[in-house]
Design a binder for this molecule. Structure first.
Ligand SMILES: *Cc1c(COP(=O)(O)O)cnc(C)c1O
Length: 490
């Protein structure tokens, strides 16, 4: 296997050698990109990471400026994909994926204050940043399955954003069926309609008589039911899928180059839940992007800011906030960072994850705490901070942000002191305000309207079954509706 220190510039001859992927827990087979794409979680319970980081030199980074987003994205993604998907095919998929966005720039930058910018990641079909990765992931999966002449069935639980993005991305897919489980009556009207109005026969939104935790437990149980798992060829698209992280590295490069990288350093503040989006920023830095600061923005669920401060990762109860996608106890992708920061010490990662499972906490090694304080800053926003930020931006810049993004602006502002004023501060805007009309109305007194292209959403016909929170009922429903089962019965 190739030995190459993380961050070291690649020899030109190594550029063409396909990257392999290793598990953070060190006990799963080494896979190539295609296999990682379909596997999701590693068999040892770990997460896949590349065995080395591809690196861009200053000239390559500068060349991203002024290019269409889809083109820059292909440059960033191609080294991770290697020969498993040809460059032509990848370009075609990227063009198609980002053509579904409602803004020609795909991920435009908007200035909100002196040297402070918002990176709008919400112009995709479901108005959240998850579309950026999911639109490409769906095309990659379909392509790879086509090549292998096989099918897959994707299942997922959603509390709102992920389900809609997955259904929207996979609707009409030739080789993938999607089943998304949401808690009946507990997602917003807009979120539910985004899942239940697509009419294609391969996408299924299913209401479950239960909570989000029940839906998540069902999905986990189905993955652990090996006979069922093999019969329907289960696959996952949650944020532990490596391909999603790769697709998110793209906008860090595109935004930084637009603001003057590599000749200027850039800081990013990232509304964080599962640590996927901010890990993509960390990856960009490893690949040579001159990032000054990566700020972890949390809401009142502040496990990551506390970890940075105390050196102990300690779960406690989740509180419900106006930024539900960040109401999280365990940030799954943090495991990828632990692995990197410990110099790829999978034994220590395994020990920490066992401890988390048994006692809900673990201690970081001293060296890892030091590295984490070097790599990240962090701040958490209370609900009153969120409301204050929304109102202030509306009056000072006539710019409307929704609560997740407001947490990002808050953290960016908290970390301004002591930072170089010449360094642009970019806040990732992870959702469109129209996705959270109730929260926005409570803060501003006005309900933001849906963008024109989504106006018909509220009148289109919905289609979804309501099923009992029972594994056998859910599995039967999947078996009756998944094409992979029909194939094998034929
Ligand atoms: C998913 C999501 C996040 C959190 O992203 P992670 O990659 O899980 O950290 C933040 N904001 C919104 C609107 C989201 O949908």
């Amino acid at each position: 296997m190739l030995q190459c220190r993380a961050g070291e510039a690649l020899q030109p001859s190594l550029r063409d050698v396909p990257l392999d992927y290793v598990s953070t827990r060190g006990e799963a087979p080494i896979l190539n990109f295609e296999e990682v794409l379909l596997a999701g979680l590693a068999r040892d319970g770990g997460l896949y990471v590349p065995e080395r980081w591809p690196r861009f030199d200053a000239g390559q980074i500068a060349s991203f400026a002024g290019r269409p987003f889809a083109e820059a994205a292909v440059e960033v993604i191609h080294p991770f994909v290697g020969t498993t998907v040809g460059r032509e095919a990848l370009s075609e998929m990227a063009r198609e994926a980002y053509a579904s966005f409602g803004h020609a720039a795909v991920t435009p930058l908007v200035q909100i204050d002196t040297n402070q910018f918002v990176l709008e990641l919400f112009h995709g079909p479901t108005l959240a940043f998850k579309d950026v990765a999911m639109q490409l992931l769906a095309r990659l999966m379909d392509h790879v399955l086509q090549k292998r002449a096989s099918r897959a069935t994707i299942i997922g639980a959603t509390s709102g954003d992920t389900g809609g993005a997955a259904i929207e991305a996979f609707r009409g897919s030739a080789n993938v069926d999607v089943f998304i489980f949401f808690p009946e009556g507990r997602v917003s009207d807009v979120q539910r309609r985004m899942m239940t109005t697509p009419g294609e026969a391969n996408v299924h939104a299913v209401a479950v008589r239960g909570t989000f935790d029940d839906c998540q437990a069902l999905v986990k149980a189905m993955f652990n039911h090996h006979a069922f798992r093999d019969r329907v060829q289960l696959s996952g698209v949650n944020s532990i899928n490596w391909a999603r992280i790769v697709a998110q590295i793209t906008y860090y490069f595109a935004a930084a180059a637009a603001l003057g990288a590599p000749h200027r350093r850039i800081s990013f503040s990232v509304p964080t839940g599962n640590f996927g989006d901010i890990f993509a920023g960390y990856a960009a830095k490893k690949m040579g992007l001159p990032i000054e600061r990566l700020v972890i923005a949390s809401n009142e669920n502040d496990i990551l800011p506390r970890t940075l401060e105390t050196g102990a990762y300690e779960t406690c109860g989740v509180v419900a906030t106006t930024s539900p996608s960040m109401d999280i106890q365990v940030s799954s992708n943090f495991e990828r960072y632990l692995y990197e920061a410990s110099n790829r010490d999978s034994v220590s990662v395994r020990r920490q994850m066992d401890s988390l499972k048994q006692s809900g906490r673990f201690e970081l090694d001293g060296k890892v705490v030091a590295a984490m304080r070097e790599d990240f800053a962090a701040a958490s926003a209370r609900e009153s901070d969120v409301a204050g930020i929304v109102r202030k931006l509306l009056s000072d810049a006539q710019y409307l942000v929704e609560p997740h993004t407001a947490c990002g602006v808050h953290a960016s502002n908290q970390n301004q002191a002591g930072s170089d004023p010449a360094v642009p501060r970019v806040v990732l805007a992870t959702a469109h305000p129209a996705k959270f009309p109730d929260a926005m109305e409570a803060i501003t007194g006005q309900r933001p309207g849906l963008p024109e292209r989504l106006k018909s959403l509220m009148s289109e016909e919905e289609r979804f079954p309501v099923l009992d929170n029972e594994q056998s009922v859910i599995e039967t429903y999947i078996e009756n509706n998944a094409r992979v089962v029909a194939d094998s019965n034929a």
